[in-house]
Design a protein around this ligand. Sequence first.
Ligand code: NAP
Length: 207
Amino acid sequence: MPDICLMGGTFDPIHYGHLVVAEEVRQRFHLDKVVFIPAGKPPHKRNQTISDAQHRVNMTRLATSSNPYFEVSTIEVDRQGFSYTVDTVDQLRRSFQVDKIYFITGADAVLEILTWKDVEKLLSMTNFIAATRPGYDLNNLKETLKSLPDPFIKKILPLEVPALSISSSDIRRRVREGRSFKYLLPESVEKYIYKNNIYKNNIYVSS
Ligand code: NAP
C-alpha cells in the first residue's frame, strides 16, 4: 500500500517555502505521493478575506506540475460548508486506501489544533508534521500539546524548514505595494498573479 502525505493550507498564494517542505517530507519519510489540498472554507478564517478558491487551486496546480510525486486535490473546495481537516483526512484515507497517512501544515495552524473538530479522531488517523520557520519558538507548541493524551502528542512532529522564511502574507503585501516578489514562488504562479490581478486591491487581515 502506498504511503501518502496530505499538504493542507490556504495557499494564498503557494510559494517555494511550501514546495520545499513537501519535497523534504516526501524524501525523509519515503512517501509515494504528496497531495496538496487548498483549503475550501477555512473555519478559522470566517472574518478574513481570502482569494477565490479557483485561483488558489490554479496557482497550486501550476506550482506543483513539474513534480511527478505531487498532485492537487480539490476535495475541500468542492465540499459544501466549512473545511474540517478530520473530514478531509477521513475521506482521502478511504479513497486512496492507504495504511499510513501524514498531514503537513504550518506549526502556527497546529498550535490551534485543540480547537479543531474531532481532534482525537483526527490524530488517531494521521501523523502531523508541523512545519516551522527558522527561529520559531517550539515551546508554544509543546505547551499546547501538553493537554493532549500521551499517544497523540507523539503524533505531531515539528520540522524546521529554512525556506519557510518566505510567507504568503509577505508576498500579498509586496504585490499590493507594487514591489517585486520574483524568486519567492514559481514563475508560472508569478505570471498568473499579474495576469489575474490578484492581491492588488484586496485589503487583508494579516495572517
Ligand atoms: P494559516 O493560519 O494560514 O497558516 C498558519 C501558518 O502556517 C502560516 O505561517 C502559514 O504560512 C503556514 N502554513 C500553512 N500551511 C502550511 C503548509 N502546508 N506548510 C508549511 N507552512 C504552512 O493556516 P491555513 O493555511 O489556513 O491552515 C492550515 C491547514 O490547517 C489547512 O489545511 C486548514 O484546513 C487546516 N485547519 C483545519 C481546522 C479544522 O479542521 N478545524 C482549523 C484550522 C486549520 P503561509 O501563510 O506562508 O502559508
